[in-house]
Ligand binder design. Structure first.
Ligand code: APR
Length: 248
């Protein structure tokens, strides 16, 4: 059950805000049919994350690619933005939201029409050759033949997602901290804040005086530490209610 008083409080903060930024995790895409990584139906309960560890990928590209295709690409193919992604895009159009920092690789914020997205963990939409670094849009790659190879040099292609033990894209990381420090309202949606350096970004927003609004179906590591307004419900439900109060 959504607390309408808290929805009103959050909407008031957003309405009066000069610079609102959203920070999203796997939870915002659950209602698009994409399972989260942790929690009840978490991917890491079913699969060993080793297949997205960078050394394993280089040693056993075919085994890694088979799992990557099954878990990410086959699921993402069917997935569409849900009400949460769409309301955030409308907030952007109406000037209520400046940027989105996401840990997700599903491209659903962009599919919903939001432009200013910083992808901390990369994207599944492009791939790069591990030999000659040629870059490919997914639409040019046939994943029926695994591992996919480079048209130029026949090297193995790797998705442009950040594997475990790989560095975070420095542009996205630097810009995300800048956006967090500039924000006066920071909305955390569907993340349990287990992974760093991503989890340091909402803390930076808090330290620079932002009001933290958190949307999650259960408490995260942020809730009892930095969160000011905790909206405990599904992201699509909360953002639909917020959208009504903001007359989106
Ligand atoms: N609405 C809102 N929140 C939800 C919903 C929902 N419908 N469903 C689940 N959640 C919440 C869960 O309670 C949890 O706090 O979303 C969060 C999902 O947590 P994770 O699966 O750990 O996802 P995330 O926090 O994005 O993981 C961060 O870990 O494995 C790495 O690179 C991977 O980007 C990922 C990173």
């Amino acid at each position: 059950m959504i607390d309408n008083r808290k929805i009103g409080e959050a909407a008031e903060k957003i309405r009066k805000s000069k610079y609102t930024v959203a920070f999203t995790g796997a939870g915002i895409s659950v209602e698009s049919g994409i399972p989260p990584f942790r929690g009840e139906n978490g991917l890491w309960n079913k699969y060993d994350p080793i297949f997205v560890e960078i050394e394993y990928f280089h040693k056993k590209p075919l085994q890694s690619w088979k799992k990557i295709k099954e878990i990410f690409y086959d699921t993402f193919d069917e997935a569409n933005p849900n009400a949460a992604h769409k309301i955030l895009a409308k907030m952007g159009e109406r000037g209520f939201l400046e940027s989105i920092i996401t840990q997700n690789i599903d491209n659903l914020h962009q599919k919903a029409g939001f432009k200013n997205v910083y992808e901390l963990h990369g994207t599944s939409r492009t791939l790069s050759c591990t030999e000659c670094s040629s870059e490919y849009d997914l639409s040019f790659v046939d994943l029926n033949f695994l591992p996919p190879t480079c048209y130029v040099c026949k090297g193995i292609l790797k998705p442009d997602i950040v594997f475990f033990n790989e560095p975070i894209p420095q542009f996205a990381l630097k810009r995300s901290f800048e956006e967090a420090k500039k924000s006066d309202v920071f909305i955390i949606i569907g993340t349990n804040a287990e992974v760093i350096p991503a989890a340091d970004i909402p803390v930076a927003a808090k330290e620079h005086g932002a009001t933290i609004i958190e949307i999650n179906i259960e408490k995260s590591h942020f809730t009892d530490t930095i969160t000011d307004i905790f909206l405990k419900a599904k992201a699509a439900e909360v953002l639909t209610e917020l959208g009504k109060v903001l007359y989106l």
